[in-house]
Design a protein around this ligand. Structure first.
Ligand code: AMP
Length: 108
């Protein structure tokens, strides 16, 4: 049984505050934001972490990055953070949720 919380969010089995969604990717607000608009961007299909992402084909990685950029532009327009948006990927021991996600953190 799949108990991954972000898989459940991707399937809308657990609610989240969605920022942007398409068939393959989902952006939603972090439940414990470190700044206003802190957003997570995930592939809907389970990928464990960054080391697995780099094994995916170039088309998938490009689509993921382009989706992240759409989310970033949306946050910039809506929130107008003075210093822009920091994009980070946690890895290894820093990871709390083992479903690939990047953090978009507006910096005011
Ligand atoms: P990390 O794995 O360290 O990159 O952090 C996981 C992030 O997921 C944390 O910032 C959590 O606040 C966030 N998070 C965990 N569960 C949820 C949830 N159900 N909805 C939104 N964000 C979540």
């Amino acid at each position: 049984m799949n108990t991954c919380i972000f898989c459940k969010i991707a399937k809308h089995e657990i609610s989240s505050k969605i920022v942007l969604e398409d068939d393959n990717f989902l952006a939603f607000y972090d439940i414990n934001p470190i700044s206003k608009g802190h957003t997570l961007v995930i592939p809907k299909n389970h990928i464990k972490d960054f080391s697995q992402l780099v094994k995916k084909d170039a088309r998938f990685i490009q689509n993921y990055l382009q989706f992240i950029e759409r989310v970033r532009q949306k946050l910039l327009q809506e929130l107008k953070p003075k210093r822009g948006i920091k994009i980070t990927w946690n890895t290894e021991g820093l990871l709390e949720v083992h479903h690939l996600h990047c953090h978009l953190v507006p910096v005011y």
